[in-house]
Design a binder for this molecule. Sequence first.
Ligand code: CP3
Length: 355
Amino acid sequence: MTPPAAVQAKSLIRALHGEVQARPNFWFMRQAGRYLPEYRALRSKAPDFVRLCLTPELATEITLQPLQRFAMDAAILFSDILMVPYGLGVKLEFREGEGPVLEPISTIADIERLQAAADRFLSMVAPVFETVRQVSLQLPLDTALIGFAGAPWTVACYMIEGRGSRDFAKVRKLAFAEPALFQQLMDLLVDVTSRYLNAQIEAGAEAVQLFDTWAGVLPDVEFDKWAIAPMREIVERVRSRHPAVPIIAFPRGAGLHYVRYASETGVECVGLDSSVPPDWAARFLQPIAAVQGNLDPLLLVVGGAAMEKAAHRILEALGHGPFVFNLGHGIVPETPPENVARLSALIRAWHHRHT
Ligand code: CP3
């Protein structure tokens, strides 16, 4: 149901659309997860991580856990970027201490098999949309629900490699050596990812984030081809159906490409990794898009004065423009929850002063 026009959008949605706020909104990537004892308790009840993502009652509870402790301005759907390959019929397993393991693809026959599975994609991942519906019914009034997907390049990295990697050499070699074949995989991922995000929005997601965790391994020409171009296409396909829903993209490691990325994809907000200097982002990015970021997640592990000083520096640099406070990458498992509470209180207490 669309709210009547007189009802103001939630605070986070306004921030993503460019509103400068007295008190910046915040949420944290991987805010649900292993650093929370209540997550570990539920996780031990599910047979495996994929089942957990596909069990709406559990996924809903996990999505809401961090809000109960820290009252962030947004919930992020609890799921994983690898549910897209799963929905295309790729065998997927999360192994303890090893991370995700997928059946790797390498030939045109593999890609044709995936293309043939694309029609069934939305029904394969249907429980994810049920989670979105359940979460949106239980959210606090001014808390927004963020849906998400992996960007095509990052999802392709795991599909080709079959697992995580330090430099994703195999997928880069394939993209250089067989661009036509790789393009077919990317076209398929653009199509299913757009439909996946539209379905999350139709179930109740109020903003969406695309994680391009491995964008930074691409040289410049390929960055245009495999990071910017597919994102622009997804933005068009989501925006044409849901023009009011803001899109956040997190092209981790984009470095010098951040400015062109923001202007050429047309996203409402870009997520900054921790290497981006906040004052540089204020000067060159905030005039084009809202920004989100970018405290080093290890400062959240360390806490204390080091964390507080760095967080204030980010707030001072970015809090006077369109901004959502976040980390530069996800919360890591050894993070003490008390530090997350401390950081949340610090952000809540900071106020933008008009000068
Ligand atoms: O942010 C959130 O709280 C929402 C949930 C979420 C998860 N993964 C849960 C998860 C989101 C948004 C993701 C995104 C994701 N998944 C990315 C992009 C962001 C990033 O962190 O770079 C990537 C690359 C993945 C793929 C993935 N999933 C890997 C490499 C791993 C193993 C490493 C690890 O941290 O364990 C996962 C597993 C995963 N995804 C866990 C969680 C809570 C841990 C699984 C467990 O409980 O055993």
